[in-house]
Design a protein around this ligand. Sequence first.
Ligand code: APR
Ligand code: PHB
Length: 387
Amino acid sequence: MRTQVAIIGAGPAGLLLAQLLHQRGIECVVLEARTREYLEQRVRAGVLEHQSVDILNAAGVGARMMRDGLPHHGIFLHFKGENHRIDFAELTGKAVMIYGQQEVVRDLIEARLEARQPLHFEVEDVAVSDFDTDRPRVRYRVGGQEHTLECDFIAGCDGFHGICRPSIPERELTLYERVYPFAWLGLLAAAPPASHELIYANDARGFALLSMRSPAVSRLYLQCLPDADLNDWPDERVWTELQARLGSQLAIGPVLQKSVTPMRSFVVEPMSSGRLFLAGDAAHIVPPTGAKGMNLAIADVQVLGTALERFYKSGSTDALSAYSQTCLQRVWKVQRFSWWMTALLHRFETDNAFDQRRQLAELEYIVSSRAAAQTLAENYVGLPLSL
Ligand code: APR
Ligand code: PHB
């Protein structure tokens, strides 16, 4: 079997790349380890930058997002018992869109299957090779049967735990990493959100976040220990803790999902090796505080899709050679923002009273200085993607 681009992983990165290539008349095959049901049920991120919204619309998969998504024009920072609004519309003229990652994935899967383009689920033992030649290969099994796919390029969109990054010789890569001494306990609840906009809280008991998926479904998070055991966090304790940290009277409803997410910052350089290109979580992880994970994945594949289009139109490999550098320039700025939001809002066990006063002074500065508020706002709505 042969294709032009083999895509490993059907998360937002892999599926959107497939859609961008299909639009440009470039053939690809998507190979995914999990089932379609698993991908469409998995609750993950939920905030789209304004340019991610534009990219999904231009890709022809934005209709449901525009209908069901919730445009947000600001957020609240909560500290010392009060909410302070950061007005994105006024500070940047832009907004973000609340729309769950699994909804983006659902729309992209539907587009791919409707176009009758190859997307294989429950694929096992994927192995990539020969990407240092111009005939890369992907071997895999489906339903016990072995397959070999020859291609021009491989897109490694298989997430942080995928096989593509580890297939690159170690000596070619530099890894940059920070693991945080806390995690987020996340709750999805059938309860109307207590605020129409997100609330990010810095509280003496730890960070908390009020988000949502719809006017009837709340998405809530609180800082917990990295090895937190869900048995120690019955629903009642979670609700009490959220109320205390967010300082809001929450509407309490049935808990639909509860999980613990570890927090890390991670970047691999470069994001490519020969004809293998890494995109999304396969190349970088951000802590969720800035809501950037899905947006970085979308930006990467926009760059990669454009570079592949140039190659197939003109034979030029310039944009492909520049792929890693083009992405990394923006990735590091987004890493900085995600780290900064995390440091601003969480309790660190190594912090003393000085650090806590300093954190509060910084929050007070942000809500009282237009320059500081604008810095937060322009990063939150999304830095420009220059191609
Ligand atoms: N073979 C095939 N598929 C694989 C393999 C493998 N060996 N390993 C992983 N996968 C699949 C996973 O099952 C997953 O569906 O690759 C996909 C990777 O998708 P994501 O983890 O969603 O990563 P990405 O598309 O880069 O999107 C990044 O995900 O973690 C969030 O916050 C992050 O929002 C961001 C987004
Ligand atoms: C979410 O709704 O899941 C969400 C929102 C904002 C974040 C992180 C996650 O910073």
